[in-house]
Design a protein around this ligand. Structure first.
Ligand code: BGC
Ligand code: NOJ
Length: 820
């Protein structure tokens, strides 16, 4: 078992020491509008806002080798050709290091006494990627060598770009002006945006046509121009436009040279697109952007500004426990990942092509749970964007495109869980900020302003969308799917190509599109878990009658679950379209599922009959493995047409008994809720990536971020991670560790301190900024218990219960909680 680097917590970086990581280990640059993915060998691509509709550079997914294409610098030193990031030329380097930090990546390579250090970042409020190359001659003789840069343009719409070749091979257009290469495909006609790639120095040549630079029979690893040691000054006219600068450099021993490259994106007002000739691009804005980062001093200042912004964000919630791995996950990487998932939902990663999915309704609402404390204003805007895609009956579009903010009608709606997540996310936003005003804000239905109603109305229709769509046992209808996209109880698909997420069997047409028999116990439990947030909101607003009415629905649902969906030792998963139990002892396979259990335990369904502890013990017994909790057990070994996609995966992968880290968090929360801090922490440490660093060769994906899935015990690659970065796991595990285990959570009327920690811990300290004030929290555990606040003092004064009041003084407050 081995690792491929180490954490540098001081600098908030992961330092990769071998380019041959078990999978490309990537980072994200940009947090606002311009985004880049960058791997540890500088592979990846950039886009503006929307990875599908506004793709700036090209990337080929599922390539051979897997990570080919990116922003590359080629050095030709004598006959030796190499890249600072090792790939794509793959010349063995004398030294290699990649530091992924908060919004920046530094890749350093060394070969034959020449050192190249490249810093990549997207500055704050800037629509471009800055790449600073520092070349140093570390030898004792003067060196003359050649540098080539490389970026390949995408023709904007990433989907069209990789399918519509009969047109696209004839549309590509560029302009070259000094050291700047402009990409202007379609700018003459229907687009008002272009991109550029520039360097802050004179150049000795360039290439803008891919085949001229690379050669038709060569690859990224042996571009013909680099082999020949000279650019061809090619001018792209159709085919595949690229941007490559060429420069000859001589360095004396010990001498360094810094070059700053910028890959930028510019939008122009329609009447200012061209110069007077009506043809040449108006470059005013581009020049201003280039000006902003054309010296090392400006780059250093931009980087310092970025680092300061991250220090500030990460300073909002900070803990010090006796476990370094917990500290680095909570203080650095988990929060960082929450920003990335908030920004990108499930759109663009090394497992999501940027084409398939926009912003998911359930996904983005859950992402807010992990992000809201960082920039509440952006969370607010997102909530409104999401709620605007809701329909008047409380249903909603399952996804929307970030560029248009319109619901995606190809995918449609009818996912039974979707509306409930919005109750949780709006609740989390109000708890964080105390901004009750959001509830009065008019928000459209179906993106139609004329249908706008206050946000509170959106919560009401969300809540009653469940109540109004119950099946025979009084449980929520499963519809096309619930949280588990792969339990498709109305699908009955027997033809390849039918999408399990969008196809419903014509036999349900008369019933309104999906089975009116299939019910989801998971949605029932989610309803009883999220419902109280809605009730709490109503009570705060003094709407006591409405609150009582909603509470009655929650109580009724709990009863229905106990009457029809408790299987003796755990909760059922669903009733299928025939009214048969799913996730029951009676089933041949898939006897127990993870998803409903945590929410049911936290809603205290059947607690008086011991249902909570029985359920948690069953999870431990049937789902726990050495790498985490599997989603269901036993895995499905054949196709169950009545269940859908879940039974199409080999056992142990994805939803079919994979370790879905997202819902492991719900059990961690439930264990902590039940006061079993040791179990909660055991499950947490099995999946938190920093804890898996030592088995990186098995785990494969980045040891600094969560992946969606770890292969379960039925899989031949048990323990192997997949689908890293874009997953609800980030938000939920942040909730699990920070709010449930460490127990610090925003509440409507204050900051709650209610830890549920391993008994062995002596306590911990934390800093939490909350509604303008800073809370310096010390938790002491003299009796070595897991849970229970015996005493709470705030600024030396005893406080009843476990809620620290809101302070409006913007000051610092000392909180001491003693467990026992
Ligand atoms: C995957 C799910 C995913 C869904 C939606 C399925 O194929 O297994 O994890 O949520 O597609 O795209
Ligand atoms: C990933 C999807 O993004 C998410 O929406 C879904 O809940 C899970 N897969 C489980 O199927």
């Amino acid at each position: 078992m081995r690792k491929f680097g180490h954490f540098d917590d001081e600098r908030k970086e992961y330092v990769i020491q071998s380019p041959r990581t078990p999978y490309p280990w990537i980072n994200y640059l940009g947090t606002q509008a311009f985004f880049s993915l960058i791997s540890n060998t500088a592979g990846g691509y950039s886009f503006y806002k929307d990875a599908r509709l506004r793709r700036i550079t090209r990337y080929r997914y599922n390539n051979v080798p897997i990570d080919m294409g990116g922003r590359y610098f080629y050095l030709k030193d004598g006959e030796t050709i190499w890249n600072p990031g090792w790939s794509p030329v793959k010349t063995e380097l004398d030294a290699y290091e990649c530091r992924h930090g908060m919004g920046y990546t530094v890749i350093t390579g060394k070969k034959n006494d020449l050192k190249a250090e490249v810093t990549f970042f997207v500055p704050q409020n800037y629509d471009g990627e800055v790449q600073q190359v520092v070349l140093t001659n570390e030898g004792s003789n003067a060196k003359t060598f050649k540098l080539f840069s490389f970026a390949e343009w995408c023709l904007w719409d990433a989907q069209d770009d990789c399918t519509n070749f009969q047109r696209n091979f004839s549309t590509g257009r560029v302009e070259v002006d000094g050291s700047t290469i402009y990409h202007k495909t379609e700018y003459r006609d229907r687009r008002d945006h272009f991109a550029f790639y520039t360097v802050n120095d004179t150049i000795d040549g360039y290439d803008t046509d891919r085949d001229s630079f690379i050669g038709l029979y060569n690859g990224f690893g042996d571009p013909q121009a680099v082999l020949d040691g000279k650019a061809t000054n090619s001018f792209a006219d159709g085919w595949s436009p690229i941007a490559s600068h060429y420069k000859e450099i001589t360095l004396q021993p010990g001498e360094s040279k810094t070059l700053i490259f910028i890959l930028g994106y510019v939008e122009m007002p329609v009447d200012k697109k061209f110069e007077a000739d009506g043809v040449t691009i108006n470059k005013e804005k581009a020049h201003a952007m280039i000006e902003q980062y054309n010296t090392p001093e400006k780059v250093a200042a931009g980087l310092a500004e970025l680092k300061a912004a991250w220090d500030k964000l990460l300073g909002i919630f900070n803990v010090k426990t006796s476990d370094d791995k917990v500290n680095r996950m909570v203080n650095i990487w988990n929060q960082y990942q929450c920003m990335v998932t908030f920004n990108l939902s499930r759109s663009a990663s090394y497992f999501e092509s940027g084409i398939g999915r926009g912003m998911g309704f359930r996904d983005s609402n859950q992402d807010i749970l992990g992000f809201v404390h960082q920039i509440p204003d952006r969370a607010r805007e997102r909530l409104i964007d999401l709620a605007s895609t809701q329909l008047e009956d409380g249903g909603c579009y399952h996804q929307y495109q970030p560029l248009t903010k319109k619901g995606n009608s190809d995918i449609g709606g009818d996912f039974s869980d979707d509306p409930l997540w919005m109750i949780l996310s709006v609740g989390a936003y109000i708890k964080e900020t105390g901004d009750w005003g959001i509830l009065d804000q008019p928000v459209p239905y179906d993106n139609d302003e004329s249908k706008a109603k206050p946000m509170l109305d959106h919560l009401t229709v969300s809540f009653y969308h469940i109540v109004n769509n119950l099946g025979p046992h009084g449980l929520p209808l499963a519809m096309r799917a619930d949280w588990n996209d792969c339990i498709n109880l109305s699908c009955f698909s027997d033809k390849p190509g039918e999408s399990f997420q969008t196809y419903t069997n014509p036999k349900f047409k008369a019933e309104g599109g999906y089975s009116k028999v299939a019910e989801s116990v998971m949605v029932a439990a989610l309803f009883t878990y999220a419902g109280p947030t809605y009730v709490g909101i109503l009570k705060h607003l003094g709407k006591d009658d409405e609150a009582a009415k909603a509470q009655a629905e929650i109580d009724k649902m709990k009863k229905n679950v106990m009457d029809s969906a408790f299987d003796g030792d755990w909760f059922l998963r669903a009733y299928d379209a025939f009214g048969n139990k799913m996730g029951s002892k009676e089933c041949e396979e898939g006897k127990i599922f993870i998803e409903p259990q945590g929410f049911a335990v936290m809603s205290e369904i059947g607690k008086d009959q011991g249902a909570d502890i029985k359920t948690l013990n069953s999870i431990d017994k049937y789902l726990n493995t050495k790498y985490g909790l599997v989603l269901n057990n036993p895995a499905f070994s054949k196709y169950y047409i009545q269940y859908g996609e879940i039974s199409t995966y080999p056992g142990g992968y994805k939803e079919n008994a994979g370790i879905f880290t997202h819902n492991n968090a719900w059990i961690i929360c439930a264990e902590a809720y039940a006061g079993r801090g040791d179990k909660a922490f055991e499950y947490y440490s099995k999946i938190a990536p920093a804890f898996n660093e030592d088995i990186s060769d098995l785990h494969k994906t980045e040891p600094y971020v969560y992946g969606q899935m770890i292969a379960g015990k039925d899989a031949s690659r048990f323990g192997e991670g997949k689908n890293s970065w874009l997953t609800g796991t980030a938000a939920w595990n942040f909730v699990a560790i920070s709010q449930y285990i460490l127990g610090i959570s925003a509440d409507f009327d204050g900051l709650k301190v209610d830890p549920s920690i391993p008994k062995a811990w002596d306590g911990f300290t934390a800093t939490r900024k909350f509604r303008g004030a800073t809370y310096n929290i010390t938790v002491q555990n003299p009796d070595h218990v897991s849970k229970g606040v015996k005493s709470l003092t705030v600024d030396g004064k005893a406080v009843e219960g476990n809620i620290v009041p809101v302070f409006t003084d913007g000051g610092e407050h000392k909180v001491v909680a003693v467990l026992g």
